[in-house]
Design a binder for this molecule. Structure first.
Ligand SMILES: Cc1ncc(COP(=O)(O)O)c(C=O)c1O
Length: 395
């Protein structure tokens, strides 16, 4: 038998495989339309601009795409960032600060390799609960995960007060996510400033996953770049990640980018030239067009607002319901997330994700165990029917 890497033994199965195993022998009631609220996959149609632009660039399929992407793509990303975060002109140079990715997932994974392998800095600080890719990255590249619990007491953001100077001095990387999947919390500028200053002071890489930045309710969530623009340490030690998957409802396009510290971007480009996938040129042209268009994003945002209004009407005042300021998830306190997921599938044909599957390693007493995550990705009617059934079972 092949001698597989021992660290892979510590990787728990991906949340959706765990959910499939949990529900494998559970039958939903006959005659009820099943609704999947577990998977965070936008169900809205992709903008027409996408297919049109791909077709217009069909002559480029016979070319290898360069790992650094096209100048047009990098320029569109910078123009969008400057508009979205009101960044000072000149802060970002498309040639030095931006790297295209085939979706942020692979970039968030590979980024840990940039800082792994230094014995004096063995730690990866991770939020709990978390998008499991951060955990998988830390383990795969030999970093030791340390979890920062995000509870009601810490405003559903990772608790920074658990960090001491000795831990910070041994930290290689800190991953954070805002708007935060799964809790729906949004980090304010002061919180972002705090983590950025920690990175500057203690010399670790700060990764800010902002892939839900464009799905918000009242206010656009602040971003780490706008905070960095005001700090003496600037972009040093910082990588932010952005994606078209949620913004443009195109998870199938596999398109995102990293932006930040020019030295980290240069090393990332170097690394990805060996082991990174590169987006084909016709798709990159479509991504360029999507970053330049705001109209479809405004419509998408409005659809999410309507779903959250429905959720607030049906769930408000129960299960610790909070209307999330950003992202498209509800994070509901049902006391025992796994038990609730089984009941909801058996009695109401609704799939939800137990919080424990997004929590820290299997043995830990993660604060996420009490919760379930619901993705508000269906249209208002489907959402309303599903949430009525949710209340009928658990209310
Ligand atoms: C927190 C978070 N980060 C990153 C991703 C990856 O998105 P993509 O690879 O489609 O850009 C996801 C996808 O669900 C996510 O929830």
């Amino acid at each position: 038998m092949v001698a597989f890497a021992p660290q892979l033994e510590r990787l728990t199965a991906f949340p959706f495989r765990r959910l499939a195993a949990l529900l494998a022998d559970v039958r939903p009631p006959a005659g009820l339309e099943p609704v999947d609220l577990a998977l965070g996959e936008p169900q809205d149609p992709p903008p027409a601009l996408l297919a049109r632009t791909v077709a217009d660039h069909a002559h480029l399929w016979n070319r290898y795409p360069p790992p650094q992407g096209t100048p047009e793509f990098r320029r569109a990303c910078v123009d969008w960032l400057v508009r979205r975060y009101r960044l000072p002109e000149g802060l970002l140079d498309p040639e030095r600060h931006v790297l295209p990715l085939c979706g942020t997932k692979e970039g968030l994974f590979l980024a840990a390799a940039l800082v792994a392998g230094r014995p004096e800095r063995p730690l990866a600080l991770l939020p709990d609960p978390l998008y499991g890719v951060y955990y998988g990255a830390a383990l795969t590249f030999g970093l030791e995960p340390r979890f920062l619990p995000a509870t009601a007491a810490s405003g559903f953001l990772p608790d920074l007060d658990v960090l001491d100077a000795a831990t910070l001095a041994r930290t290689a990387v800190l991953y954070v996510c805002t708007p935060y999947n799964p809790t729906g919390a949004v980090a304010d500028r002061a919180w972002l400033r705090r983590v950025l200053r920690l990175a500057h002071e203690h010399g670790f890489l700060l990764i800010v996953d902002e892939c839900y930045a464009e799905i918000y309710d009242a206010e656009p969530p602040p971003g780490a770049l706008e905070v960095a623009a005001e700090e003496p340490g600037g972009l040093r030690h910082l990588l932010v990640f952005h994606s078209l998957s949620k913004r443009s409802s195109v998870p199938g396009l596999r398109s995102g980018f990293a932006c930040g510290d020019p030295e980290a971007i240069a090393r990332f480009l170097h690394l990805r030239a060996y082991g990174g996938a590169v987006q084909p040129l016709p798709l990159m042209a479509a991504a360029t067009a999507l970053w330049r268009d705001e109209a479809h994003v405004a419509e998408t945002r409005e659809r999410y607002r309507q779903r959250f209004a429905v959720a607030e009407r049906i769930l408000g005042g129960r299960f610790g319901f909070r209307r999330p300021p950003g992202g498209f998830f509800l994070w509901l306190d049902v006391q025992d997330g796994e038990r609730a997921a089984v009941r909801l599938w058996r009695e109401a044909a609704i799939r939800v994700l137990p919080g424990a599957y997004l929590g820290a390693g299997p043995a830990a007493e993660s604060p996420a165990r009490r919760y379930v995550r619901l993705a508000m990705v269906h249209d208002v009617d489907v959402t309303a029917r599903a949430l009525e059934r949710f209340v009928a079972v658990l209310g």
